[in-house]
Design a protein. Structure first.
Length: 609
C-alpha cells in the first residue's frame, strides 16, 4: 500500500527518492510522484502507472533539481490511479506539498470547511485536504501548524510535508500508518519501511502514533502530540541491502522461496535448547500459561492461513481451545475474550490495519497479546505484551512465502512451549517434534532439490487452466487454503480451497471433464479418506495433481500426477508441503507471463481497513 520517502541533505533528492520508491514498489501501487524544493519553489512530477513512468518524465531523477524532497507510490483508494490523483498534493498557493499513506475518514467534512474558506480541489483524493489545511493553519511555525492539522484529521495517516518556507527541513507525522526516520551523515530520511533507505543508512528512529518530526540535514526533532520534545534511541536494522536485492533470481518471490531454509533455521534453531524452548521477548510465566483457558489467533491473508495451521498444532499439543479468525471479522463478531485469553496476533509486516485494530480490541477486552511478527519495531510488535519475531529478513514479493513458513514454524514453537509448560507432552514426542523442527530447513531444501523439475513440468502442462480446486483434510486443508491463495494472487487463475469432505456438499457440481484439482494428501492418518474424495472428483473427469508424503499404488492409480514430498515430521510436514505449492503457483504464473512480484490490485502491507 502507499509508500513514502523523504530526503534532506547535500545530495540531489530526486534520484534518492526514485531509488527509495523503487524499494517500496513491493508494497503495491498504481501511480507515483515526487516534489522537490529549491530556491523557495516546489516542483512536482506525478504519473499514473508504474514507477518507470516517473523515472522517464524526470529523466531518471536528473530533474527536478534540489536537495530536499518527498516521494510517493500510491495505491488508489479515493479516486482513480491517474496523474491528478497521484501524490504529492499541493496547497492552493503552491507553498506546501503533502504525501500521505492512510485514509482520512472525515475528508468530506474538511473539504466543505475548506471550500467555504475559498479553497478549491483538483483531485478526488482524501489527501488534498491536508495540503490546504496546512496552508490554512500556517502561522510561521510548521510543527505547530501540523499539530493543528492532524488534530482535525480522523482516520490513519503517515505524512511527509514540504514547506517552501523551510528550505532545508521537511516534516512528518504518523497515526496508525507506518513511518520511520532514517539517520544519515549530514542527511536524513523518512520512509514507510526501512528497505527504502537501507542503501544509505541502517540507523532509524521509530515514530510513534501522534508524533510530529522536523527533519533537517543535521538534526531530527520529534515532538509528541502536546508539542513536547521526545528523545528516542536509534534502532539499528540488522537487515542489509543485499537482502532487498534479487541477487540473480528472476523474481523476489523465487528468491524468497529459496531463502526459506535459512529463514527457518534462523527462526527455530536457537530457540530449541537443551533446557527447553526459549522464546526470547516472551515473558509469559508457567503460572500465567496455566491460567490461559482460550487462545484466539487473529491475522489476515496468508498469516491467517498460518493461524489455521497453528490451531491444529497448538490444540493437539497443548489441549487449550484455539479459535482462528480473520482480523476484519474478529472485530465485529463480539468475540469471547477475557483476562484468561491469550490473543496470538500474526503479521509479517506488523502494520496490517485490521490486524492492529483486532489486537487493540483484544487488549481492551483483557487478553494478553502475544504477536508473531517479522518486522522488528513495527506497530503490532510495539503494542504487544510478548513478541516472537520470525527471522525471515525483508520480504519484498507481495505474495508471502518465507514470511508464511516462518510464521508456521513460530506457531509450532509456541505450541511446544505451551504443551511443555502445562506438562501435556511426553518427553519422546517433545524430542521428536524438536528434531523435526530443527530438520525443517533440510526438508525444504529437499523439496527445492528433488521436486522442482516435476513442478515446472506440471506447471507447463496446466498453466492455461481457468479454475483450480485445492482440497485436503486437517492440516492439509489449511495447506489447501494457502495453495489456492498463492495460485490466484499471482497467476489470476480462479482457485478455491475446500475441506476435502465438504466438496460434495455443493462445489462438486462444478467438477467436470478436465477440471484441475490439487489434492493434498500428506496427513497419513487421513490418507484413506482423502483418497475417497480424490476418487469422487476423478470419476467426474477431473485432472488430479496429488501432493503426498508417501505415494502408494492406490494414489498413483487415481491421479494424473503425484508429487511425493521428502519424509518429514507428522506435525511439521506442512512447511515442506507448502514449499511445493508455492513453486507450483510460481511456475504457473511465470508460464502465464504475470507480474509475479507485484500482482495487480494487491498490496504487501495493507494499512487501510
Ligand atoms: C496482504 C499480503 C499478504 C499477507 C497479508 C497479511 O494481503 O498481500 O501476503 O498475508 O497482507 O499481511 P501481514 O503483513 O499482516 O502478515
Amino acid at each position: 500500500m502507499c509508500g513514502i520517502v523523504g530526503y534532506t541533505g547535500r545530495r540531489q533528492a530526486a534520484p534518492i527518492l526514485l531509488e527509495g520508491l523503487s524499494k517500496l514498489e513491493y508494497r503495491g501501487y498504481d501511480s507515483s510522484g515526487m516534489a522537490v524544493l529549491s530556491g523557495g519553489n516546489i516542483t512536482m512530477y506525478k504519473s499514473g502507472g508504474r514507477l518507470s513512468e516517473l523515472k522517464r518524465i524526470t529523466d531518471n531523477g536528473s530533474r527536478p533539481a534540489g536537495t530536499i524532497g518527498i516521494g510517493h507510490t500510491r495505491w488508489a483508494t479515493h479516486g482513480a490511479p491517474n496523474d491528478v490523483n497521484s501524490h504529492p498534493h499541493i496547497s492552493k498557493s503552491g507553498k506546501f506539498a503533502v504525501v500521505h499513506n492512510g485514509i482520512i475518514e472525515n475528508y468530506l467534512d474538511l473539504k466543505l470547511f475548506l471550500t467555504e474558506k475559498g479553497f478549491s480541489f483538483v483531485s478526488e483524493t482524501d489527501t488534498e485536504v491536508i495540503a490546504h489545511l496546512t496552508e490554512y493553519y500556517y502561522n510561521g511555525d510548521m510543527v505547530e501548524t501540523l499539530r493543528k492539522v492532524v488534530n482535525k484529521l480522523n482516520g490513519s495517516y503517515a505524512l511527509g510535508v514540504l514547506s517552501c518556507y523551510s528550505p532545508e527541513t521537511f516534516y512528518a507525522a504518523r497515526k496508525d500508518s507506518p513511518l520511520v526516520v532514517g539517520l544519515g551523515e549530514r542527511e536524513n530520511f523518512i520512509a514507510s519501511d526501512m528497505p527504502a533507505v537501507l542503501s544509505s543508512t541502517r540507523r532509524f528512529l521509530l515514530m510513534d502514533d501522534g508524533e510530529i518530526a522536523a527533519v533537517s540535514p543535521d538534526s531530527v526533532l520529534i515532538y509528541n502530540a502536546n508539542r513536547e520534545p521526545v528523545e528516542k534511541t536509534p534502532f539499528i536494522a540488522e537487515w542489509d541491502i543485499s537482502a532487498a536485492e534479487k541477487n540473480g533470481f528472476p523474481h523476489f518471490m523465487l528468491k524468497e522461496i529459496f531463502e526459506q531454509p535459512h529463514a527457518l533455521d534462523a527462526t527455530v534453531r536457537t530457540r530449541i535448547t537443551d533446557g527447553g524452548i526459549i522464546l526470547d521477548n516472551i515473558a509469559l510465566t508457567d503460572e500465567q500459561i496455566a491460567r490461559i483457558d482460550r487462545i484466539c489467533i487473529v491475522a489476515c491473508g496468508s498469516a491467517y492461513h498460518a493461524g489455521v495451521l497453528g490451531k491444529y498444532f497448538i490444540e493437539k499439543l497443548s489441549r487449550i481451545p484455539v479459535e482462528t479468525d480473520v482480523a476484519s471479522e474478529f472485530r465485529y463478531r463480539s468475540p469471547i475474550v477475557t483476562d484468561r485469553t491469550l490473543a496470538v496476533i500474526i503479521s509479517q509486516s506488523g502494520e496490517t490495519a485490521d490486524t492492529l485494530a483486532a489486537l487493540r480490541q483484544a487488549r481492551k477486552l483483557g487478553a494478553r497479546i502475544l504477536s508473531v511478527v517479522n518486522v522488528v519495531g513495527s506497530s503490532v510488535a510495539r503494542e504487544s505484551d510478548d513478541v516472537l519475531y520470525t527471522r525471515a529478513g525483508p520480504e519484498i514479493a507481495v505474495a508471502t512465502t518465507k514470511g508464511y513458513t516462518t510464521q508456521v514454524a513460530a506457531l509450532m514453537l509456541i505450541g511446544l512451549k505451551l504443551a511443555q509448560a502445562l506438562d501435556r507432552i511426553d518427553e519422546k514426542d517433545y524430542k521428536r517434534i524438536c528434531n523435526d523442527l530443527i530438520g525443517l530447513p533440510e526438508a525444504v531444501n529437499k523439496v527445492l532439490e528433488n521436486n522442482i523439475q516435476q513442478l515446472q513440468f506440471i506447471a507447463s502442462k496446466y498453466y492455461s487452466a481457468d479454475d483450480a480446486y485445492f482440497i485436503g483434510r486437517g492440516a492439509d486443508y489449511a495447506l489447501a487454503l494457502e495453495g489456492a491463495l498463492k495460485l490466484k494472487e499471482i497467476s489470476y487463475i480462479h482457485a478455491e480451497s475446500y475441506a476435502a469432505g465438504e466438496l460434495k456438499h455443493g462445489t462438486i457440481s462444478l467438477i467436470e471433464k478436465g477440471s484441475l484439482v490439487v489434492a493434498i494428501a500428506c496427513d497419513d492418518r487421513l490418507f484413506g479418506k482423502t483418497l475417497s474424495n480424490i476418487k469422487e472428483v476423478k470419476s467426474r473427469g477431473a485432472t488430479v495433481i496429488a501432493l503426498c508424503s508417501d505415494s502408494s499404488d492406490a494414489l498413483r492409480a487415481e491421479c494424473d500426477h503425484v508429487i511425493e514430498l521428502p519424509q518429514c515430521g507428522a506435525e511439521t510436514y506442512p512447511v515442506a508441503a507448502v514449499t511445493a505449492l508455492q513453486l507450483f503457483a510460481y511456475y504457473i504464473a511465470s508460464a502465464r507471463g504475470c507480474d509475479i512480484d507485484k500482482p495487480r490490485n494487491l498490496a504487501k502491507s495493507v494499512t487501510v481497513e
